[in-house]
Design a protein around this ligand. Structure first.
Ligand SMILES: C[S@@+](CC[C@H](N)C(=O)[O-])C[C@H]1O[C@@H](n2cnc3c(N)ncnc32)[C@H](O)[C@@H]1O
Length: 350
């Protein structure tokens, strides 16, 4: 008998809940009024998975320290000052409720400041106090070349805190000593996909934004990793995993870093609180018989990492391994304060 089907539709509250880890939507904005509303999609009916819960490790705080490619130089007064390769960049940071440790002269040396004071697309929301800058600039992550980018959503083409997950994933791929398939959902500009490909994995990268996929492809060229097997797919992440499940395609590592709210290319609605349980469940069922890890990051939501920890432990019941959960933080260079960026929970096989 077919299970009853629920609908995946827009149940967004009128006023967005105030989030603890604010990362405004990156690259798949709400559709313009002319864009058609997608047909509501069927939602998976979930049952609790049987079997022993995986071991647990929490809280686990994964930290990015200042390095040659990226540093959080200082923070305070609702702002943060960061070094992205050659540029010093100042942006709003709601959590920085303390006072800056560096003096005004240091902050005045910023090359770019996000003002956000117009509705313009592109770079119009940035101010360049020293000299006009181009939209992109060369960046590196652990030897991988890619482009930093001034976007209208205040983002700069990379989320440095994700570096902790990327090095962990790289270790798993190299340590496996066998072909490894990685699925990077909500993959944005693709740095994680490039790290995985360089480590020898076969990568499938999915994002709803055609623009972001274009940027990710550009990054692949810049990183000189064109000969590595990466499939770039512009699609709604939920639709994609549902199809992979039906087709029997399987992965050893899955990364998913969904926004609180997003849209697929055909207007499909992604609502984290409604859709995350089903996506986690499908991710479990599209794992190979010898999977390595499933890594979830969440931000801009009003929740504790205990919530996603419980979801991931329940989801991976009966699979052994361990669920590790906590926060991704960036350690500031000036006074050593920790800036929390997101929650995470990951299931690891060993
Ligand atoms: C914050 S970014 C992920 C960042 C990425 N983990 C990284 O570190 O570079 C969120 C991404 O989700 C994408 N997105 C939003 N809704 C989506 C959907 N329904 N299906 C697929 N991708 C979606 C956006 O286009 C955006 O690139």
């Amino acid at each position: 008998m077919k299970p009853p089907r629920d609908k995946r539709r827009d149940r967004r509250p009128q006023k967005a809940a105030q989030a603890r880890h604010a990362r405004p939507e990156a690259a798949a904005p709400r559709p313009k009024p002319s864009q058609p509303e997608a047909e509501p999609q069927a939602r998976r009916v979930l049952a609790r998975r049987p079997g022993a819960l995986p071991a647990e490790r929490l809280p686990l705080i994964l930290e990015v320290e200042p390095n040659a490619d990226y540093a959080l130089l200082d923070s305070g007064n609702g702002r943060k000052l960061e070094q992205y390769g050659p540029y010093r960049i100042e942006r709003p940071e709601g959590q920085a409720i303390w006072q800056p440790a560096l003096g005004e002269a240091e902050w005045a040396r910023a090359d770019a400041i996000f003002t956000g004071d117009t509705d313009e697309e592109g770079m119009g929301r940035w101010r360049f106090p020293r000299e006009p800058l181009g939209e992109t600039w060369p960046m590196k992550h652990d030897g991988i070349d890619y482009l930093g980018r001034f976007t209208s959503f205040r983002h700069v083409g990379v989320f440095p805190e994700q570096g902790s997950h990327w090095s962990h994933m790289e270790g798993l791929i190299r340590g496996a000593r066998r072909p490894v398939k990685v699925l990077n959902l909500f993959g944005y500009t693709g740095v994680a996909s490039l790290v995985a490909a360089r480590a020898g994995a076969e990568v499938t990268h999915v994002d709803a934004s055609r623009k972001a996929i274009g940027w990710a492809r550009e990054n692949q060229e810049l990183a000189r990793l064109q000969d590595k097997p990466i499939r770039w797919i512009c699609e709604d992440a939920m639709k994609f995993v549902e199809r992979e499940e039906r087709r029997g395609n399987r992965y050893d590592i899955i990364l998913f870093d969904p926004p609180a709210y997003g849209r697929g290319p055909k207007g499909e609605v992604w609502q984290l609180f409604d859709d995350l349980p089903a996506m986690a469940d499908i991710c479990r069922s599209i794992l190979t018989p010898k999977p390595l890890a499933v890594v979830l990051t969440a931000y801009s939501i009003r929740a504790s990492f205990f919530a996603i920890h419980a979801l991931m432990r329940d989801t991976f019941a009966g699979m052994g391994g361990r669920v590790e959960s906590g926060e991704l933080i960036i350690r500031e260079k000036s006074a050593g304060r920790a800036l929390s960026t997101s929650l995470f929970s990951r299931w690891v096989a060993a």
